[in-house]
Design a protein around this ligand. Structure first.
Ligand code: GLV
Ligand code: MN
Ligand code: MN
Length: 415
């Protein structure tokens, strides 16, 4: 069986990683912004170099398609991930999966193999959800979980409309959601957490993914003088917001590591050193692998917000930004990943994805699973995110064998 071209994969990862770096050296490619357009253009170029037919759907997902006359009526073996990033990001999150997907197909084609099923690699739009909510939006629309018109009409954190931005950058396509019928979906990704490295495993067979709940919370207080207002007279939106953050940390501690909660955005108004905040606007990202427990966390937060309205005399408004249930991946594909890892003498471990992934939406359409490569020190959503070339290529080889088995590579047909 042919292997991947390791050098080409690494050079594509580094080349895409160099796109969208600003003057301060920070890498940011938010969905459908100018830097992400440049990343998309590079990916489309590599898909074409690999001899793939490129198609764009109405939410801007980019598909690289390898099909032949004798297999085009079969459901496709699909893979993919995303190339949008968070702010000041690393270069592996998402990009590794898209580029390894192109690499697998290109290597098979170059070696003259044929497959029983078409193979398709996708770069999904707006996986990170930093600019537009919800996250994993491109795959959600593709899987029928959100209407395209609704997604295209979403207003971003910078006031832009996603549909208009996709048109502006030339990636408002015409293909309908679900236009390629998937037989299976396998996403290769970096772990983004510390487990594989800490426990000495070479690869992760991802068997499930935790649920994710995103809310925007607005607390209304009363703007007043920082020096003259006695504490007992204050209706302080900032203090109430801080209490919510510490309340959620307490919930996480009580859950013994099952729940994680993050407030990654917080804004005070009028945002002045000597003025009691009239308004605090912040986000809460809560996750748990168990749906009932996640619902319990959401309820506890809602109850606490009601309590705060009484104790702190503030008014609170919440807006749901995103909600995904936990997902169980396909046992057959997970076992296939373990088998091919063993064939490559890579020690594997079953693992839960703590991050949201496009695969979780594709799981609604077809048997789906993920492969994780170890992340150095578990750092991600950070420019220090790192996976060694050795780990990247070792896991990509396992990924290739899984994809080839699913696609039904016809042995003995290499030229
Ligand atoms: C995506 O990276 C997420 O898990 O937030
Ligand atoms: Mn990702
Ligand atoms: Mn990410």
């Amino acid at each position: 069986m042919v292997s991947i071209n390791e050098k080409r994969l690494i050079s594509h990862i580094n080349a895409l990683g160099a796109i969208g770096i600003d003057r301060e050296g920070k890498r940011t490619r938010l969905a459908a912004d100018d830097a992400e357009k440049a990343g998309r253009d590079a990916v489309v170029g590599w898909m074409k170099e690999a001899g793939l037919r490129v198609a764009i759907d109405c939410i801007g997902n980019i598909f690289g398609i390898w099909e032949e006359e004798d297999n085009q009526r079969e459901a496709a073996v699909m893979t993919g991930s995303h190339i949008d990033t968070v702010i000041n990001a690393g270069q592996y999150d998402g990009c590794y999966g898209v580029l390894a997907g192109i690499e697998v197909i290109q290597s098979l084609k170059e070696a003259g193999y044929k497959t029983c099923r078409p193979m398709v690699v996708v770069a999904f739009t707006n996986e990170e959800g930093v600019r537009y909510s919800p996250d994993m939006m491109g795959s959600l629309v593709y899987a029928g979980g959100m209407a395209p018109e609704e997604a295209l009409g979403v207003t971003g954190i910078d006031g832009t409309i996603l549909g208009k931005e996709l048109k502006r950058i030339g990636y408002a396509g015409t293909e309908k959601p679900g236009f390629i019928k998937p037989y299976s979906f396998v996403e290769l990704h970096i772990e983004q957490g510390p487990i594989l490295e800490a426990e000495g495993y070479g690869i992760g067979a991802v068997e499930n993914l935790q649920g994710i709940s995103w809310q925007k919370i607005t607390i209304e207080g009363v703007q007043n003088h920082a020096g003259t207002t006695p504490t007992s007279y204050r209706i302080d939106a900032g203090v109430a917001a801080a209490k919510v953050v510490t309340f959620m940390r307490e919930r996480c501690l009580q859950s013994k590591g099952k729940t994680v909660s993050t407030t990654g955005c917080m804004e005070f108004q009028p945002n002045a050193i000597n003025v009691i905040p009239s308004r605090a606007i912040f986000t809460v990202d809560v996750r748990n692998p168990d749906e009932e427990s996640l619902q319990a966390e959401e309820q506890a937060l809602a109850d606490y917000l009601k309590e705060l309205e009484q104790t702190d005399k503030v008014k609170i408004h919440t807006e749901r930004l995103s909600r995904f249930k936990p997902v169980l991946f396909d046992e057959g594909i997970v076992k296939m990943i373990e088998k091919h890892a063993k064939n490559h003498s890579l020690s594997s471990r079953r693992i839960t994805s703590g991050a949201g992934q496009d695969a979780q939406n594709m799981a609604a359409l077809c048997p789906t699973a993920m492969i994780f490569a170890p992340s150095a020190r578990g750092i991600s959503h950070n420019p220090k995110e790192f996976t060694s070339n050795k780990d990247l290529t070792a896991c990509a080889k396992v990924f290739m064998d899984v994809m080839a088995e699913l696609a039904g590579v016809r042995e003995g047909e290499e030229t």
